[in-house]
Design a protein around this ligand. Structure first.
Ligand SMILES: *Cc1c(COP(=O)(O)O)cnc(C)c1O
Length: 364
């Protein structure tokens, strides 16, 4: 089946704005040439990139008689929030299996998941910490698989048909949403007379990068897609190559790629874009979150987009991308993470320590 013929639901909006970031450009000593694609505005449950994937995944679920959507992620998963919202909107049961201990304090995405009535399970694998380092990942995965199978059986025994969606919605069907984002961006560029040689996007579970990369190839886009890994232990490039080639074969797109075709940028030293770890607060990422907020009034998040934006600005400095050639920052959402407890606590110390002199008036 051709990807253009694949049908989808409108769980979230597409046609998100493509806008100039002229204030940012000015702050960086450039004259225009920087753009943002606002996929934080896909609308579904406060928006984000997973909505485009879910448009296709939900359609598949409905067409195949599923009654529940189950998915996985960290405790603050944005993908989980959007999957719950999509399930709710289409009358499916939302089930979240979250990796980590159950926090005592509910915040960020977890609060939103709860408000939407998701069935939430926590899988605490911290016991694996005591194993030799090389055995830990496998032990964690084994336990997660076992628990997931048990949870699935529980629902199926009640008569549900459960669609299990991998972390990040990383499936061929889901990535179709990002292949199809490419003609949309190309049309917007044409309409607005925007030239851009690069598009910078986060590289997490990688379905967004892969879909955009495949779309750029398939539709012969004028821009190269650059991926920024959002953690130091990023997903191996070969897995992404295999995924893109699988995607191309699945939709008969007629190309193959190799590792040398993919462009990832990690940065180095204090400009290592992935920071210290997955969803760990760090002051450098936070300073870039502040930069975009102060110049454009747009919020990025500490887990994903703040890191990608750090990469975007540093790549401008390094000349990997340029305002003259034009560059698009793909905003993939995630702002609810700003209000997750770990990041709030951290920001109290760094952004809210002490009263500013002369800024507080007290009635006598
Ligand atoms: C999931 C996510 C990403 C990464 O997208 P992948 O398709 O998993 O690579 C980037 N930004 C935000 C806000 C996300 O939630």
């Amino acid at each position: 089946m051709k990807i253009q013929d694949l049908t989808y639901v409108n769980a979230g909006y597409t046609d998100t704005p493509l806008e100039p970031m002229d204030r940012l450009a000015k702050a960086l000593g450039r004259n225009g040439g920087l753009y943002i694609k606002r996929d934080d505005m896909t609308g579904l449950a406060l928006g984000g990139n997973k909505a485009r994937k879910l448009n296709y995944i939900v359609k598949y679920a409905l067409d195949n008689g599923y009654t529940a959507l189950m998915t996985f992620g960290g405790v603050q998963t944005n993908h989980g929030r959007l999957t719950v919202a999509a399930a709710v909107r289409y009358g499916l049961k939302p089930i979240l299996v979250l990796k980590g201990a159950r926090p005592d304090y509910m915040s960020g995405n977890l609060l939103l998941d709860r408000l939407m009535g998701a069935d939430i399970y926590f899988v605490d694998t911290s016991a694996a910490d005591s194993l030799p380092a090389e055995e830990q990942a496998a032990a964690r995965q084994k336990f997660l698989d076992k628990v997931s199978a048990e949870i699935m059986e529980k629902y199926e025994a009640q008569g549900d048909k459960v669609l299990s969606i991998p972390v990040g919605g990383q499936t061929f069907i889901g990535s179709a949403g990002y292949v199809q984002a490419v003609p949309e961006i190309m049309r917007q560029m044409k309409e607005q007379n925007i030239k851009a040689r690069h598009l910078v996007v986060g590289y997490g579970s990688t379905g967004t990068f892969a879909g955009l990369w495949a779309g750029a190839r398939y539709y012969n886009a004028p821009f190269e897609v650059i991926g920024v890994p959002i953690e130091p232990d990023y997903r191996p490039v070969q897995e992404t190559v295999d995924f893109i080639n699988g995607l191309s074969a699945y939709f008969d797109m007629g190309f193959t790629c190799t590792a040398g075709d993919l462009h990832l940028e990690m940065g180095e030293g204090s400009h290592f874009y992935g920071g210290t770890g997955y969803n760990e607060p760090d002051s450098i990422t936070r300073s870039y979150i502040g930069l975009l907020a102060r110049t454009e009034g747009i919020f990025t998040d500490p887990c994903y987009t703040g890191k990608v934006f750090h990469g975007f600005v540093d790549m401008l400095d390094r000349g990997v991308i340029s305002a003259e050639d034009g560059a698009i920052f793909m905003h993939t959402g995630g702002a609810p993470g700003l209000w997750s407890k770990e990041h709030l606590d951290d920001m109290q110390k760094t952004c809210w320590s002490g009263e500013e002199k002369g800024h507080v008036y007290r009635a006598p």
